[in-house]
Each structure stands twice: as structure tokens, then as C-alpha cells.
Design a protein around this ligand. Structure first.
Ligand code: BTN
Length: 321
């Protein structure tokens, strides 16, 4: 019997009696005790009080059963957790090419040896502190709606983090997660297309959660931050991942049922780009102007000093004022 049935019975706000667990699982009280012991060996902290029963105090970080118990049943069909991978996006792309990953899978790693950022950059991915997660979705969307998956991941990450920690987090175009002009996280969406069009979208999310200032390499020390650096305390990665997956599912539903309007409005609400003077760099070319809006495809609309409107579809921006 999978552990997640037992985990779902154990609440972290009240005790559940051994009797209830034994009748729900159809096993003896002695077997319940054995199962509780085996969960404890896996790192679960479970309090047992005679006459009250059992209560879940904490689960091990990045625990597949815990995560699936808390978010499974709808969009999310499977959660895979690895200690170490080269890149969760690369693994997700190659497994889905073999046909061995279902749509609605979240692939998570504790460490990436070759984490990838946008525009061929490296994504610093030390063990034991951050979130490195790739969401595998076979989008039930029109091809023109696909860029919205990146917007969706950015908005879901911000709404989720805002529910858990009280730090203002914003989105810098296209989808950098920011705390006061320092980078907290980013999204890298890659698609695997076959002859019929897009078959799988892999949405990679990297967020610095419990990294301390000393963990940042020299070259990004002044540009990057983490939730811990900003808030002064550590957070549970399990809890943040659960919330991101729940919010992603809700926004995905809104996108499918109501189109992109609400999602784009949420992006605008959290944007730290709109209204600012920015410099957009695409390859060797740069253009400066006021970031006026994003269009229906998530492209940035800049008003240059000469009054011309320029549409930026890719690249990087620097916030000037
Ligand atoms: C960016 O440059 O802002 C995007 C960073 C995306 C990093 C994540 S971590 C999980 C996934 N696997 C990767 O190799 N990259 C993405």
C-alpha cells in the first residue's frame, strides 16, 4: 500500500487516532505502528500521544509522497524527485521523447550539475537549498496560446510565494522573479515538437529559496537574492512547491476556460517593468524606452524617446529608471 494514503490521513493541525487509521487502511493497529515507524525512518517527524493518536509534525524536504498527496488528483499525475541531475529540463525533454513521462508530471531535483538559464546561461544550482523543477504539460491549448505557459509559470510562482512569505516579489519582463531589483528566480520553457506540432512543453522553474549570501558565486552576488536573504528565515521547499503547483493548476484552468486576459492582467499587476525606462538588448542591438505594456502574446511594448512604439519579443532588459 503506498505511503501517500497514510500521509493524507495524518494531519499537521490535529491528532488522528490509531483506530481511525487502522479502519481506513484496513490493517491492524500493530501494522499502523509499523508503517508509522517506517515513515519516521524516511525522515517524517510524527508525534504519537496515547489516547489522542498520531500527528504529522514535518515531512522530509522534497518528498515525492508528501508532494503528491498534497497536490495530486487534478492536473498533477506524477511527481519525480531526484537527488542530482544535470538539468531537470534536459531530463524531462529526453524522457518525454522516449514516451516515458506523462503530461502532468513535475520533475524536481535537489541539485543540478548543469542547470540552464535563458539565452544559454548557467543556472547556479547547489544542493539542499533551492527549487529546481520542470513541469511537463501536453498543452490542451491553441499553438498561439503556448507563450502563455511561461507567463503562467511566472504568475503562479509569484502568487504562490506571496501566500507563504510576506515579501514583495515582482516580475521583470519576460519572466524573471525579482525582489527589489535583484533576481530571485527564472523560468525556462522548452518545447518538443513532432510532425503534428507541439507535443510537450517543459516549463523549468528555478527559485533561490534558502541560499545564504555566502552561497552566491562572486559574479552574481550583487545581482541575485533568495527568499532567505530577503526574509531572514528559511522556508520549507515542500510547502512552496505545493503552493506553486496548486496556483499553476488554477491559472491553467482560467487560461483554458477564459482565455489569456486575466492571466495577462495578473502579470501586469506584478510587473516591475511596466512604467519604467528600460534598455532592451537583443543580440548586439539595444533599444531604450518606456515599457508601456505587454501585448496578447506577452511581448514587451516600448515607447522610444522619438515616440515610436517598438515590440520586443526576445532578449533581456535592464531597468534604467
Ligand atoms: C532564467 O535564466 O531566468 C531561467 C532559469 C531557469 C532555471 C530552471 S531550474 C529548473 C530548470 N532546469 C534547468 O536546467 N533550468 C530550469
Amino acid at each position: 500500500m503506498p505511503d501517500n494514503i497514510l500521509i493524507s490521513l495524518l494531519h499537521n493541525d490535529h491528532y488522528v487516532s490509531g483506530q481511525i487509521i487502522s479502519s481506513r487502511l484496513g490493517i491492524t493497529r500493530a501494522a499502523v505502528w509499523k508503517k508509522i515507524s517506517s515513515l519516521r525512518k524516511k525522515g517524517y517527524s510524527i508525534k504519537a500521544v496515547p489516547s489522542k493518536g498520531y500527528r504529522l509534525i514535518s515531512a522530509p524536504e522534497l518528498d515525492r509522497d508528501f508532494l503528491l498527496t498534497h497536490v495530486g488528483g487534478g492536473l498533477w499525475k506524477e511527481i519525480i524527485v531526484h537527488d542530482s541531475v544535470e538539468s531537470t529540463n534536459n531530463l524531462a525533454l529526453s524522457l518525454s521523447a522516449e514516451g516515458s513521462l506523462a503530461s502532468g508530471t513535475a520533475l524536481i531535483a535537489d541539485l543540478q550539475t548543469g542547470g540552464k538559464g535563458r539565452l544559454g546561461r548557467r543556472w547556479i544550482s547547489p544542493a539542499g537549498m533551492n527549487i529546481y523543477m520542470s513541469l511537463i504539460i501536453q498543452p490542451d491549448l491553441e499553438p498561439k496560446e503556448l507563450t502563455m505557459l511561461t507567463v503562467l509559470a511566472g504568475v503562479s510562482s509569484v502568487t504562490a510565494l506571496s501566500k507563504i512569505c510576506s515579501i514583495p516579489i515582482s516580475i521583470k519582463w519576460p519572466n524573471d522573479l525579482m525582489i527589489s531589483d535583484k533576481k530571485l528566480g527564472g523560468i525556462l520553457t522548452e518545447v518538443r515538437a513532432d510532425s503534428d506540432g507541439i507535443s510537450v512543453a517543459v516549463i523549468g522553474i528555478g527559485i533561490n529559496i534558502n541560499m545564504c549570501s555566502k552561497n552566491f558565486p562572486e559574479e552574481i552576488k550583487d545581482l541575485a537574492t533568495s527568499i532567505r536573504v530577503a526574509a531572514g528565515i528559511s522556508y520549507s521547499r515542500n510547502e512552496i512547491i505545493c503552493q506553486i503547483l496548486r496556483d499553476f493548476e488554477q491559472w491553467y484552468d482560467i487560461l483554458k476556460k477564459e482565455g489569456r486576459g486575466k492571466l495577462l492582467d495578473a502579470w501586469r499587476k506584478y510587473s516591475s517593468t511596466l512604467g519604467r525606462t528600460v534598455m532592451a538588448t537583443v543580440g548586439q542591438t539595444s533599444v531604450s524606452g518606456i515599457a508601456e505594456d505587454i501585448n496578447d502574446s506577452g511581448m514587451l511594448l516600448l515607447r522610444t524617446p522619438s515616440g515610436q512604439q517598438v515590440t520586443i519579443s526576445a532578449g533581456d532588459i535592464t531597468l534604467l529608471r
